[in-house]
Design a protein around this ligand. Structure first.
Ligand code: CA
Length: 232
């Protein structure tokens, strides 16, 4: 099994921290805690956790800013945003700034554990076919090292962006609906989420890998159907 995976909980409500920590540890994770945004950011930099649970409304620095700073620093740790309300704007903003997933409070521990498990970087990446070696358009995917390059220059992708790219590139020309992608890439029993997540992730990915994101040449849209990777 190897070493325990470490989850950093950044949340200012102590009762939530306590119950989340208890449940994570019972599931075999090591935990770190921070009660404000600044110390959460410091802990992420210092301890390099395997996943971060990140509240939005935090003292000193809000969760969105913590996530944004980490991404700007090239840290691609999986981040699950904890949103206080069923706020569409919060969810989309969270994904836009590079969070991998979000969960709305109040959440069940069962749901949270499913999200953590699904988002934590799997050492073996077993569920994604890693057959996508040299792709197209100057894009190279190195599944051994989770590394994607464009014309030889490394591109920083979040885990979801990476998995989506590898999945689509592994099946060039095959069109997948957003629901398909939710199941295949976001995998597991993804409870009650909207397919908007797929669109936002596709857009972010295009901004990183396409020469002209407004006229994509690699990840293409089949109108009313879904997305596919160019080729063959
Ligand atoms: Ca809070």
């Amino acid at each position: 099994m190897g070493e325990k995976k470490t989850v950093l909980i950044v949340e200012d409500e102590k009762s939530i921290v306590d119950i989340v920590r208890f449940n994570l540890e019972r599931e075999g994770y090591a935990t770190l805690t921070a009660y404000d945004g600044e110390s959460g950011l410091a802990s992420a930099r210092e301890n390099r956790p395997d996943l971060i649970l990140l509240d939005v409304m935090l003292p000193k620095m809000i969760g969105f800013d913590v996530c944004r700073v980490l991404r700007e620093e090239g840290d691609n740790v999986p981040v699950i945003i904890l949103t206080a309300r069923e706020e569409e704007a919060d969810k989309v903003l969270g994904l836009e700034i590079g969070a991998d997933d979000y969960i709305t409070k109040p959440f069940s521990m069962r749901e949270l554990m499913a999200r953590v498990k699904a988002n934590i970087r799997r050492t073996a990446m077993g569920h994604v076919e890693s057959a996508a070696a040299p792709a197209a358009g100057g894009l190279t995917i190195d599944p051994e090292n989770y590394q994607v390059s464009k014309h030889g220059k490394p591109i920083a992708l979040t885990q979801r962006e990476y998995e989506l790219l590898v999945f689509l590139a592994g099946h060039p020309g095959k069109v997948y609906s957003r629901t398909d992608l939710m199941e295949q890439v976001w995998n597991y029993d993804y409870v009650g989420d909207d397919v908007r997540t797929v669109d936002v992730t596709v857009r972010r990915l295009r901004e990183k890998i396409e020469d002209d994101p407004a006229n994509p040449a690699l990840i293409l849209t089949r109108r009313g159907v879904g997305y596919y990777f160019a080729g063959q």
